[in-house]
Design a binder for this molecule. Structure first.
Ligand SMILES: C[S@@+](CC[C@H](N)C(=O)[O-])C[C@H]1O[C@@H](n2cnc3c(N)ncnc32)[C@H](O)[C@@H]1O
Length: 242
């Protein structure tokens, strides 16, 4: 907590806009990433207050890219950071961003908060997240705000989209090939973590399906029998894109 609490007292006239409880989530999710050089991208600049905050947090050697639809944000870049102007809902712009600045270790979506935009950005940027990377979407309470395309259990909301990724992550484990086919994202989605208004999806590429382990007297045995028993055809019959 200390870096962010301290930073809030050192802010300059570029306003920062975050919910107070986010800083603890940042510490928990990003803390371990401070040790090495990080490629970080935040969608949403507004008055630019988060630019020096992230520069100071990730330190020298970090590559920091910021994105906003408002051209006036271009003037807010600090030395060593880049501000790109474009629409997070435009796949062609996202492809250009990824080509120029990717792959990213952390992508933080604090942009329009329109649910369809959040989903479009995730869909097009997830492939450009590095292995072990974090995709973070902020202000997900708009998943419950009709004005942003949300609503309780609204199928088009980002929270419902993220819940569907929880299913996808487990698509190794069933035999319902018709209703619930294997989703290739299971091969690279390590976890989906829900906080109040923040969703974090972590990437970790697997070369093999999950393995069950038994250990006794210092001997370890691995098996995928629980998967093969279920005869998950869409996974084992080569219908999973491999
Ligand atoms: C919540 S503010 C960002 C706050 C900033 N990250 C901070 O921590 O102070 C949201 C920003 O997203 C930008 N924005 C809105 N729609 C966008 C879109 N479709 N693509 C990219 N940026 C967008 C707005 O111009 C606004 O500056």
């Amino acid at each position: 907590m200390s870096y962010f609490r301290d930073y809030l007292k050192r802010t300059d006239d570029r306003m920062l806009m975050k919910w107070a409880h986010y800083f603890e989530v940042y510490e928990r999710e990003f803390g371990a990433r401070r040790a090495g050089p990080v490629s970080f991208m935040e969608i949403g600049v507004f008055k630019g207050g988060s630019i020096p905050m992230w520069s100071g947090y990730f330190g020298e050697g970090a590559r920091l890219t910021f994105v906003d639809i408002d051209p006036s944000c271009a003037a807010l870049a600090d030395p060593g950071t880049t501000v790109e102007i474009g629409n997070q809902a435009d796949p062609a712009f996202l492809a250009r961003l990824a080509e120029k600045h990717g792959p990213f270790d952390i992508i933080l979506d604090d942009g329009s908060h329109i649910n369809q935009h959040q989903i479009t950005s995730f869909t097009h940027l997830w492939p450009h997240l590095a292995d072990h990377g974090l995709y973070v979407v902020e202000d997900c309470h708009t998943s419950y705000w009709p004005g942003f395309g949300g609503g309780h259990r609204e199928p088009g909301s980002f929270i419902e989209f993220a819940k569907s990724k929880v299913d996808a992550m487990h698509s190794w484990y069933t035999d319902d090939d018709e209703g619930f086919p294997f989703d290739p994202i299971a091969r690279e989605l390590e976890g989906v973590r829900f906080y109040d208004s923040i969703v974090v999806m972590e990437k970790r590429k697997r070369t093999e399906p999950p393995l069950s382990i038994t250990a006794r007297n210092g001997q370890m045995t691995g098996t995928r029998r629980p998967l093969t028993l279920r005869n998950r055809k869409s996974m084992f019959a080569g219908k999973d894109g491999t």
